[in-house]
Design a protein around this ligand. Structure first.
Ligand code: C2E
Ligand code: CA
Ligand code: CA
Length: 740
């Protein structure tokens, strides 16, 4: 056992840390001669070294296995394990310790053998103190330098790895090109995004990646030579992806849009003192997603989401271009304004979802009528606009409009409901009807309104005389609000006649507006406005009061048996308190509910059937009867006749109008009559204008008539006159007339 070993080292037995650079250098002194080992120890002691001694080869190996040493002072000739073997051990185990061998004269060969095994130096015994100290100091100094170098080298290696890592894991494609435009470097991202392996691209010209249409642009940016602020920045290009590349990325099939920043790389040319271009460094960012989002946003900004048609903004743009072109080529163009008739009714009765569906279907049909170059757009609601550029003549536009009307005529299928609509089309022609976009649109709109006013389902070219009509419409809408306040509305009554007795059995109440300047305005002209402007409810409230007041006057002349029919607007039935209002008014005025019949159209029943059924049932329980107006023209099937408390059906005027010959055959009329008979319902024919119509109806079993043949709708005073004429014996008439 070595006498110094315990006291000579202060480090713990498990310390494997090198002392160099952190603590003191650790030295292992190996000599089998105790005296020499002791003098070596004494010589090095107190010089800032940690000293460990070994007197045998075995001891030395044990120390080397346990501790890390910076330097081993090794006597080559040892009794048990030789110095060479110790060095072999050091080399095999990769122990990072320098060795200074010490050898006597006899051991020269051995010393050379040790040097070959990587010993740092050789000290010939006996050595001088100075020589030894200097050699040890040199060895440690060199070692320190080497370790510092190694540290720097490893740091360098790490940082190179780090840059590589940063470059490869960059979300962007990073590349360098040589002066010929060929890839000299490209990061891993290229593979992930484009599907090309690095090896496939290195040495290739960048153009193999660029979409054909973008090659020209790529030439200016990809191989950028400039380095200053003029260098290419944020240039958008489309890159081709490798066929079958990463399918998960939803490239525009095989394209990816990038935003490219490129900058020239230059080395100073020593001889001519200028910068020599040797390549380009570029960063390409994948902006495919952003691009797609932008496309969607811009599509949405210029298209109507419901129908997928261009919206009014895009339409104006296209119209603007068409006008410019027409001006240059001196040709005509047509602008059409299409408004669907009865759409509002569908929306109100079937609901918005079905309304939207109808719009989609209608848009689809209109689209099919277009020629190349025509633009169909949705303006909003049920309004569409069309521009027909390069018109040969107006017949062109007329033909297109006819085609539109034709395709809309076919019934639309909305979940089993066959819905009929038509359209009103106004046409304005450039340059005759206007030279600017706005003028053309406005005039097409006015022409469209003209058609609406004339009973819809048709088309008209703009004419300056239409201006007055449209201005009147606007004025009408505003003055309707005042009509209620000023008490300008009045109920007229149209008698209903029993065909056998010729007596008045009922009367339909029809509203009139005594307009201060326009005279009497019919409901078809103002009730649609009222519906749209929320005036239907106050107007209906007013109507109930007016009707009850008027009925009191009938009672006075014995008209108790004459039934009153009133028209119920869908909006009003929709309102929860209609029933209460009605019952309250009847009570207040002492009118028997059995004297009242409400007329509803078939459409009323559909939107909120449950609510409608409830309301109508309550009315029925009260004793009020219900009539289906305009029977045969609505959307619904006959099913509701079983679900509603219906008492009467009114044959629509359009069917009655068909009757020209009292001996003819009119199956629709006959069918309606047999339905009424089969269900035990009252039947009223509306719009009876001729004797032969009356005779045909009577012959086939319809016994109640309403129409101009008998009476037009008349004001209360005249109606009472008429009533009185039939209820009282002649001669008393004058007395009662005085009362009225
Ligand atoms: P409607 O309920 O179908 O009323 C019958 C329409 O036919 C009335 O038009 C009437 O004047 C007209 N008429 C009657 N006999 C003949 C005839 O022999 N030949 C022709 N060509 N027409 C005839 P009016 O008064 O213009 O009313 C139009 C529509 O306005 C009514 O159609 C009804 O839907 C609505 N309406 C009228 N008054 C009111 C009302 O007080 N409230 C509600 N909600 N709607 C009303
Ligand atoms: Ca009616
Ligand atoms: Ca009717």
């Amino acid at each position: 056992m070595n006498p110094f070993s315990a006291s000579a080292t202060s480090s713990s037995p498990h310390d494997t840390q090198t002392s160099l650079g952190i603590d003191q250098p650790r030295l292992l002194l190996v000599d089998d001669e105790p005296r020499l080992l002791a003098s070596l120890y004494e010589l090095l002691q107190g010089r800032g070294y940690q000293l460990v001694t070994a007197a045998t080869g075995g001891e030395a190996l044990a120390h080397l296995a346990r501790l890390r040493f910076d330097l081993v002072l090794l006597d080559l000739r040892l009794p048990d394990i030789g110095g060479h073997e110790i060095m072999d051990f050091i080399n095999e185990k990769g122990i990072d310790a320098d060795v200074i061998v010490m050898s006597g004269e006899v051991g020269i060969d051995a010393a050379i053998g040790a040097l070959k095994r990587g010993a740092y130096d050789y000290l010939r015994k006996p050595y001088s103190r100075e020589e030894l100290l200097k050699t040890v100091a040199n060895a440690l100094k060199q070692r320190r330098l080497e370790q510092a170098n190694a540290r720097i080298a490893s740091q360098l290696e790490n940082s190179e790895k780090m840059y590589r890592y940063l470059v490869d894991s960059s979300p962007d494609i990073i590349y360098t090109l040589n002066h010929e435009g060929k890839f000299t470097f490209i990061n891993d991202r290229a593979y992930q995004l484009l599907g090309y392996k690095r090896e496939e691209l290195i040495g290739q010209h960048y153009s193999i990646l660029v979409h054909d249409e973008d090659q020209e642009r790529a030439r200016y940016v990809f191989n950028e030579r400039r380095v200053d602020e003029r260098a290419s920045r944020n240039v958008e290009l489309r890159l081709k992806c490798h066929a079958g590349a990463n399918q998960e990325r939803t490239f525009n099939n095989t394209l990816m849009t990038i935003s490219l920043n490129a900058i020239g790389m230059h080395v100073p040319d020593q001889e001519v003192k200028r910068l020599e271009f040797y390549g380009t460094y570029g960063v390409a960012r994948d902006i495919t997603d952003r691009k797609r989002a932008e496309e969607v946003i811009s599509y949405q900004a210029y298209h109507d989401i419901l129908t997928d048609l261009p919206n009014r903004i895009l339409f104006k743009d296209r119209l603007g271009l068409a006008v410019i072109q027409a001006k240059r080529k001196q040709t005509e163009l047509a602008v059409m304004f299409i408004d669907l008739d009865r759409f509002k009714l569908v929306n109100d009765t079937l609901g918005h979802v079905k309304g939207d569906e109808l719009l989609q279907q209608a848009a689809g049909r209109l689209k099919e009528c277009l020629r190349k170059g025509d633009t169909l757009a949705r303006q909003g609601g049920d309004e569409f606009t069309i521009v027909l550029p390069e018109l040969r003549d107006r017949d062109d536009a007329r033909m297109v409009a006819d085609k539109f009307l034709e395709v809309l005529q076919e019934p639309f299928d909305l979940d089993g409901h066959a819905v009929h609509i038509s359209a009103s089309i106004g046409i304005a022609v450039y340059p005759t009807h206007g030279e600017s976009i706005d003028e053309l649109l406005r005039h097409a709109d006015i022409a469209m309104y003209q058609i609406k006013g004339q009973g819809k389902n048709g088309h008209a070219f703009y004419d300056p005389s239409m201006q007055d009509v449209s201005h009147q419409k606007i004025a009408l809408e505003q003055s309707l609000r005042r009509a209620l306040e000023n008490d300008e509305l009045e109920m007229y009554y149209q008698p209903q006649i029993d065909a056998i007795s010729g007596r008045i059995v009922g009367a339909e109440a029809l509203m009139r507006w005594n307009h201060p300047t326009r005279g009497i305005v019919s409901p078809g002209e103002f009730l649609p406005f009222a519906e749209e402007n929320g005036l239907m409810l106050p107007i209906s409230d007013w109507m109930i009061g007016a009707l009850c007041r008027d009925m009191l006057q009938w009672k006075n002349i014995g008209g108790n048996q004459v039934r009153l029919s009133l028209n119920l607007s869908p909006q009003y039935l929709d309102r929860g308190d209609f029933f209460e209002k009605m019952r309250g008014a009847l009570l207040r005025y002492g009118i028997a509910p059995s004297q009242i019949e409400v007329e509803i159209t078939e459409n009323i029943c559909i939107r909120n059937p449950q609510h409608a059924i409830e309301q109508l049932n309550k009315l029925g329980q009260l004793g009020v009867s219900v009539a289906i107006d305009d029977f045969g023209t609505g959307y619904s099937s006959l099913a509701y006749l079983h679900r509603f408390p219906v008492h009467t059906i009114k044959i629509d005027q359009s069917f009655v109008k068909e009757i020209h010959d009292e001996h003819g055959h009119y199956p629709v009329v006959l069918a309606i009559i047999s339905i009424a008979r089969g269900l035990g319902l009252n039947l009223i024919a509306e719009g009876v204008e001729t004797e032969s119509q009356a005779r045909y109806l009577r012959a086939n079993g319809c016994l109640t008539m309403q129409g101009y043949l008998y009476h037009r709708p008349i004001p209360l005073g005249r109606f009472i006159d008429v009533l009185r004429g039939q209820t009282l014996p002649a001669g008393v008439t004058n007395v009662l007339a005085f009362q009225a």
